[in-house]
Design a binder for this molecule. Sequence first.
Ligand code: MN
Length: 249
Amino acid sequence: MSPPRLVDFHCHLDLYPNPDTAFAEQESAAVYTLAVTTTPRAWPRNKELTHKARYVRAALGLHPQVVAERFHELQLWERYLPDARYVGEVGLDAGPTHHRSLALQRRLFLRILQLCAEVGDRILSVHSVRATSDVLDLLEAHLPPDRGRVVLHWFTGTKADVQRAVAMGCYFSVNAAMLSSERHRVLVAALPGDRLLTETDGPFIKSGQTTRIDQLRRTVEDLALLRSMDAESTAALILANMRRLVSTV
Ligand code: MN
C-alpha cells in the first residue's frame, strides 16, 4: 500500500514568484491543497489554475491585513461567492500593525459569515491573530454549524478558546512554525485527533531550503511524536479528517 497523501490546507500558491509552477508542484506531488487568496481580484486566476486539478482547490479570500485598503472589494468577493465552495483567507487580525482597522475588519468578516450562511455548504480557512475570542464570537453568532464549516488556521488562543472552538465543531490547520513554540505545542497536543489538519502557510513561513513537502512531512512527524502515534497513522488520520471536512454537509 502506498503511504497516505499529504494535506496542505492553507497555502498561498499565488504569492510564490512563479504561481504556475507552485500549482503544478502540488499536483504532481499529489498534495491535497487549499490555495487561499488575499483578495477577490486573485480569484479568476486561481480558479483557472485549479480548473483541471485533482488535488488543489482555490479559496475565495479577503485577508484581514488588507481590509483597510480593500474593504470595497467586498462587492467583488460577494459576486464570486456562488462559484466558490472554499473561502479564505478571511478573519480578524488585531496584531500591532493591523489593530487600527479592527472595526472595519469586524464589519467585513461579519458580512462574509452572513453571506456564507445564506448560501450554505462553504468551508472557511480563518485567520485569528490576537483576536481568537472575537473570531469565535462572530462565528458562533453568524455561521451556524449546519451552514458552513470552519478551519482555524494557525490558531493560538487560550486553552478555553480551544475548548470553545472544538465544541463549535472547528477544525485546526497546524504548521511547522506553530510546533516550534512550546506553548503552542501544548495547545496542539490537546486538540482532538479528529479535528487536526496540516498546512504550510507558504510562502510566509521561512524554512531555509526545505520544500513545502518536506515541511508537511516534518509537521506530520512532529504531530505524531506529540500524540504518541506513528507518522503513517498520523498522516492517514489527517487525510481522513480532510475528507470528512470537505464531504457535503
Ligand atoms: Mn495565510
